[in-house]
Design a protein. Structure first.
Length: 563
């Protein structure tokens, strides 16, 4: 058997997955399939690809058998991690309709049993957190990250996730975000300077300022597309040269449309850090943008080791990165107050009105009738990702529903989530029959048309919606938001202030509920606000691409000239 295992290992090393699978399935009896053989079989099945429903469903039983055969030993760890991750991948597939709630609970029990024997393991924690995220259980997500922090077993990946997921609660102050973000500097690798190309600093004789944007998200109708497009549609090609650095494996129509807008593009998704740093440094970029921060598939190590003389964070992550080499973060006066700038490692670039601008949609705006006139009841709605709906948000929304007779609340997440936990919460509060859950829409048009069903959009807090708020306003729907305490939690404020709708910014929970009730019961006021939005939004700072772009590029020139 040892010879057989060695043969399988060699086949795996040489990526001969089909041959490996054939040998295991046809030459080894079931009773002789050890945990390691079953685990190799599962991994080979997935790696042979493509990773789809069929391959995942073939691999998962082998991971499970492998774990159950070795559940009392540390050798079962890899099998359990593979079992959890592949089950989450299967859940994420678009047409996957299985009963994952019970499957996830089984995985949780497996994880609890393993932890009871061997304690917390970071790789296992990161895997089981994926389960709790899909169950929308933020408390458990934060519990596991807290355990890693207490046990001093954090890595760059886990500290990033710890910081990001605390954005969804009111447990941290900006001081907490600042102190934890400084840990990113500690956990992010520093590469030997002798292995890196030299950086070309400002050359005043250059004809153009060369700008680079690094992103993982220019595909799949990602929300960043609509904000980045506003400035790429409107830049002076005699003054600026723009290069896109793409960090995703596959392009689509969105990617190709962006490539046509700029002067060049390079895909670095499969390029190791040092090689990627050298590619970008050798291109003599003057200003390099990080559009991800600690979201998506972050490459913050590139920015820690400096890619360009000026480095700026924008769009993807609305808080400090904690990196000493991240020189600036783009904000506006509504998001970060001057007395708070010491809680951001970056210098603040305050744009004149708003920190970003939506490019709008390729469709004619039409004034929609008030849905409640046709339905005879008020419909609230939130299309924010369900992870933003913490217990406090759900409690506030429940109180609103209780106070408005026959009212409804439509919820739709752009990320696939199990609805069970949210349904249990609303059921406990006695309003489940008033809540309607929708799955992600197939097309953007279907998604936008759903706003026609909503009288009033309810923003989440402290993690506000951004794209969903711009969408609602584009469709003529008012967005009720709440005051925040930092960049991330004041996005709703900035959006409504730039629309001259301060009324829709609540002071606290009580005020939020009161304003929702008033809007729902004062039809004249609601119609007045909706009419105002339809008539004024498109010419406001929210959608005025030309004005925003001028302000944006003037700010970059000012920063460049100060260097």
């Amino acid at each position: 058997m040892n010879d057989k295992i060695f043969e399988l290992q060699e086949l795996f090393k040489n990526r001969e997955f089909s041959k490996l699978i054939f040998i295991i399935e046809n030459s080894i009896n079931d009773e002789d399939k050890t945990p390691s053989i079953l685990n190799i079989l599962g991994v080979a099945t997935i790696l042979r690809g493509p990773k789809n429903r069929e391959t995942l469903e073939s691999a998962i039983p082998n991971f499970k058998k492998s774990y159950l055969k070795s559940s009392q030993s540390i050798s079962g760890l890899d099998s359990l991690i593979n079992l959890i991750n592949s089950t989450c991948d299967l859940f994420d597939l678009k047409n996957s309709k299985d009963d994952f709630f019970n499957k996830f609970n089984e995985l949780i029990n497996f994880c609890n049993n393993f932890e009871a024997l061997f304690g917390h393991n970071e790789k296992l924690v990161l895997a089981i957190v994926r389960v709790y995220k899909r169950l929308n259980n933020l408390d458990k997500v934060l519990f596991y990250y807290d355990q890693l922090e207490k046990n001093n077993t954090l890595s760059l990946l886990s500290i990033s996730s710890l910081i990001y997921n605390n954005s969804f609660t009111n447990k941290w102050s900006q001081e907490d975000f600042f102190s934890h973000s400084k840990l990113l500097e500690k956990y992010t690798p520093t590469y030997p300077e002798e292995k890196l190309s030299s950086i070309s600093f400002k050359n005043k004789n250059k004809n153009k300022i060369k700008i680079g944007f690094l992103t993982t998200d220019l595909r799949g109708q990602h929300s960043i597309i609509y904000f980045l497009k506003s400035i790429l549609n409107n830049y002076d090609k005699d003054k600026f040269e723009i290069i896109l650095f793409l960090n995703h494996f596959e392009d689509d129509q969105d990617t190709q449309s962006f490539i046509k807008l700029v002067d060049g593009d390079i895909n670095i998704s499969r390029t190791a850090d040092i090689a990627a740093i050298n590619i970008i440094r050798d291109m003599n970029i003057d200003i390099m943008f990080d559009l991800m921060g600690i979201t998506s598939k972050p490459r913050i190590a590139l920015f820690k080791n400096r890619l360009a003389p000026i480095q700026i964070a924008w769009l993807g992550y609305c808080n400090t990165t904690g990196l000493n080499n991240m020189d600036y973060i783009i904000s506006d006066p509504n998001l970060v107050f001057k007395e708070e700038t010491n809680l951001y490692t970056e210098k603040l670039i305050f744009l004149e009105n708003i920190w970003n601008c939506h490019s709008g949609f390729n469709m004619e705006r039409q004034k929609n009738l008030l849905p409640s006139d046709q339905k005879k009841f008020i419909t609230f709605g939130s299309f924010n990702n369900f992870q933003k709906i913490n217990d406090n948000v759900a409690k506030v929304w429940s109180k609103i529903l209780k106070n408005i007779k026959n009212s409804k609340l439509i919820l739709k997440s752009s990320l696939k989530k199990d609805h069970t936990r949210l349904k249990e919460f609303f059921k406990k509060d006695g309003v489940l029959d008033s809540v309607i859950f929708y799955d992600k829409r197939d097309t953007n048009l279907e998604h936008l048309n759903l706003y026609k069903e909503i009288d009033i959009a309810l923003d989440t807090f402290p993690y506000n919606g951004v794209t969903t708020s711009f969408e609602a306003i584009w469709m003529g729907v008012p967005v009720l938001t709440m005051k925040g305490y930092n960049f991330n939690s004041r996005c709703g404020e900035s959006i409504n202030k730039n629309l001259n709708l301060n009324y829709l910014i609540a002071e606290d929970n009580k005020d939020y509920i009161s304003k929702a009730i008033e809007l729902a019961t004062n039809k004249e006021k609601l119609i007045e606000i909706r009419d105002f939005i339809f008539e004024n939004a498109i010419n406001s700072s929210l959608f005025d691409q030309v004005k925003f772009s001028k302000n944006f590029y003037n700010s970059l020139e000012n920063v460049f000239n100060k260097m």
